[in-house]
Write a protein of this length. Structure first.
Length: 118
């Protein structure tokens, strides 16, 4: 009879075990994450339904998963990357239009107007 263990591992520990570690300059990861959310770059219609795919995958190693996933969704990483890059381009254009007056107006709107209605 197999023994089931209920283990809790930190995400960084799992990454270390897989030998996969990505590091980013300060603020880069949160900006990419925001661009991803706004662009919908990693939604199921682009990259597949991850919770189902990870269960379907017959391999129990990172390399097996990676090979299996990329065979099923060969263009998903590129499509998601392109969507995020387009949104980051929009961010750059928007940042050029932001000045202190705009930020002050935004803060007043949040603190004074939206708080009143919230």
């Amino acid at each position: 009879m197999p023994i089931k263990l209920n283990l809790r591992l930190a995400f960084d520990d799992i990454r270390d075990m897989l030998g996969v570690k990505y590091e980013y300059p300060k603020y880069v990861s949160p900006l990419i994450n925001l661009a991803n959310q706004l662009a919908g770059a990693t939604r199921p219609r682009v990259v597949g339904q991850m919770s189902e795919l990870i269960e379907e995958c017959p391999y129990k190693s990172f390399e097996g998963w990676k090979r299996w996933y990329l065979k099923r969704y060969p263009k998903s990483i590129e499509e998601a990357t392109n969507k995020i890059m387009n949104m980051l381009k929009n961010f750059k254009e928007a940042l050029e239009k932001i000045d202190e007056k705009t930020v002050r107006k935004w803060v007043e709107d949040l603190v004074l107007v939206k708080t009143l209605w919230g």
